[in-house]
Design a protein around this ligand. Structure first.
Ligand code: MG
Length: 289
């Protein structure tokens, strides 16, 4: 099933080019009810609805360091600390945006706006302290995540061995375009991944390259307690702008269109806009000390 949130937060499932509205207040509630949701009887054309971020989770476990090639490319640019595969922090859920929503460039905060294509796992059944063998029972579906990152801020944060602000700024968390339920994915470790900027391929990878398998990753983080609808991300693949020999030719700029695609899951498209275009006024002064 392809589960969507649309218009003013209505929930539906896709049926070809149609949307079948479901009688449930949110996709999170859908998972809290273990997928038991009737239909309202409304059928709409997909082309006539506005897709929104497919879910607002209670918790968003943001992991990193799971792809060896990305890990190695980052070492080559001399981060002060390695990004180990077990790293996790909580992503700011108020930074979530949906498909075709603008990524707002905060020019007063960063000059190094980067992209990171990732597979995001949606938890269905709540749980804690379970092992990899049980993890499949808890994985309800998948969506695409573009981990927008201000690299200059991240570089400063990492001098303390942590990062969060650089990835938690308003609009830095595009997810979508929908949730594909796990029953539709034959092998979650066999999905091609590609990110494009203005049509140019920037990142290419494959979920088989993960150092830690998805069930193992989900189980590893389960002592932090999963609620229905929680998201856990799985790290990005090589090809981010920061590691290019000439990164400033690759960092995102207003006007850019980013397409993050994962085989079988979908394509998440967002465009970058200036602060002025988004807010109708210049970016404010940076608050600093
Ligand atoms: Mg990331």
């Amino acid at each position: 099933m392809r589960l969507i949130t649309f218009d003013e937060g209505r929930v539906g499932r896709l049926d070809g080019d149609d949307v079948i509205e479901l009688d449930v207040p949110s996709t999170r509630a859908y998972f809290e009810r273990d997928g038991k949701a009737g239909e309202t009887g409304e059928r709409l054309k997909l082309a006539d609805v506005r897709l929104r971020a497919p879910i607002t989770p209670k918790k968003f476990f943001h992991t990193a360091g799971n792809f060896a090639d990305h890990h190695e490319e980052l070492q080559a640019v001399n981060w002060s600390h390695p990004v180990h595969k077990g790293i996790v922090f909580f992503q700011n859920v108020d930074a979530i945006i949906g498909p075709d929503d603008p990524i707002v460039y905060p020019e007063h905060l960063t000059k190094e706006l980067d992209y990171e294509l990732e597979l995001a796992v949606i938890i269905g059944k709540p749980g804690k302290f379970f092992g990899p063998d049980e993890a499949l029972e808890h994985i309800a579906g998948f969506t695409v995540f573009n981990d927008i990152t201000a690299r200059d801020i991240q570089r400063r944060e990492m001098e303390s061995g942590v990062f969060s602000f650089s990835k938690a700024i308003d609009t830095f968390c595009p997810i979508g375009p929908y949730i594909v339920t796990a029953d539709e994915i034959d092998d979650m470790q066999n999905l091609a991944m590609q990110l494009r900027v203005n049509g140019d391929v920037r990142q290419t990878g494959h979920t088989k390259q993960m150092r830690v398998s998805i069930p193992h990753l989900v189980a590893y983080h389960s002592p932090q307690v999963f609620s229905a609808g929680d998201i856990i991300t799985t790290g990005t693949v090589s090809g981010v702008a920061a590691v290019q020999p000439n990164p400033f030719d690759f960092y995102l700029r207003p006007g850019d269109v980013v397409e993050a695609e994962i085989e079988g899951i979908g394509t998440l498209r967002n465009h970058v806009v200036s602060w002025q275009d988004a807010h109708g006024e210049p970016a404010p002064e940076k608050v600093d000390w």
